[in-house]
Design a protein around this ligand. Structure first.
Ligand code: ZN
Length: 271
């Protein structure tokens, strides 16, 4: 069995990008021979029958990603896969099954399987990528968004910076871990009001997010292999700050656990 990646935590943009590369490297040019929906509750916008009609007999042509969404181009349509909280893709032999198999795309030889113990993943069909972006109201992709566009998406917004970064309609693909890392590296407190940031600070943050996501993809999302100085190497309450050794702190912002260094990321005075 070939695994795209072993997930030990919720998949974020770098894990989805790994899955995209996996499909690109191993599946392009292969013909879809069968399709089985093992969990109908995870079907997003199509029936099993319509998926069979659209995909069987066609060839895998390409693989795209927008934010945390994977789109596999097969013939004239795209198979949409969202990995949810615990989804992962596997290429298996014809007689092989994974323990939490939810969707199976049989190929001329072997099969692509979506395994998802927690069943928050989704799959469906989109004719064009733009249809997905419009329907889900997704902002530009975090890994490829130009700095100017990043700034324009955040400019003038009220509220704390971290929940805005996690809002997929503003920028698609920033998750909890990478938001914490980028804010840590920019020495910004996660509760900093977005409209108190200068244009330069926002542009730097956008660039930092791209760098952090790239760094994770480079180490194949094995966070312990990230360069020294990264918060994500040991992101937990009480761990020493990699910059100043102060004990890291856990707080909740926008309902999400946030890890920060109280010394490096001090709150700004209210303006
Ligand atoms: Zn520190």
């Amino acid at each position: 069995m070939y695994d795209a990646v072993d997930y030990v935590r919720m998949p974020e943009l770098p894990e989805v990008e790994m899955a995209r590369r996996f499909v690109e490297e191993r599946l392009i040019g292969r013909r879809v021979a069968s399709l089985d929906v093992k969990d109908g509750k995870m079907l997003a916008n199509a029936s099993e029958r319509s998926m069979k009609n659209v995909f069987i007999g066609n060839t895998v042509d390409d693989a795209y990603r927008h934010g945390k969404n994977l789109l596999v181009k097969i013939g004239d349509h795209h198979l949409h896969i969202h990995l949810g909280m615990s989804g992962s893709l596997h290429l298996v032999n014809d007689r092989e099954n994974t323990s939490h198999e939810r969707f199976r795309l049989g190929l001329d030889e072997g099969a692509l399987v979506l395994d998802d113990p927690r069943r928050f993943g989704r799959f469906g069909i989109y004719h064009r990528i733009e249809d997905l972006i419009m329907e889900k109201e997704l902002g530009p992709d975090a890994l490829t968004v130009p700095e100017k566009v990043f700034v324009s998406r955040l400019e003038g917004r009220r509220g704390s910076i971290k929940p805005l970064l996690l809002d997929q309609s503003i920028i698609a693909g920033v998750g909890n871990l990478y938001a914490d890392e980028a804010l840590f590296q920019e020495r910004l407190h996660p509760a900093t009001r977005a409209d108190s940031l200068s244009i330069t600070e926002m542009a730097r943050l956008g660039k930092r997010i791209r760098k952090v996501l790239d760094a994770s993809i480079t180490v194949r999302t094995e966070l312990s292999r990230l360069p020294e100085g990264f918060l994500l190497r040991d992101r937990r309450e009480g761990a020493p700050c990699p910059r100043c050794a102060t004990a890291l702190m856990a707080i909740r912002i926008g309902g999400r656990t946030t890890i920060l260094c109280p010394a490096c990321q001090s709150q700004r005075a209210k303006q």
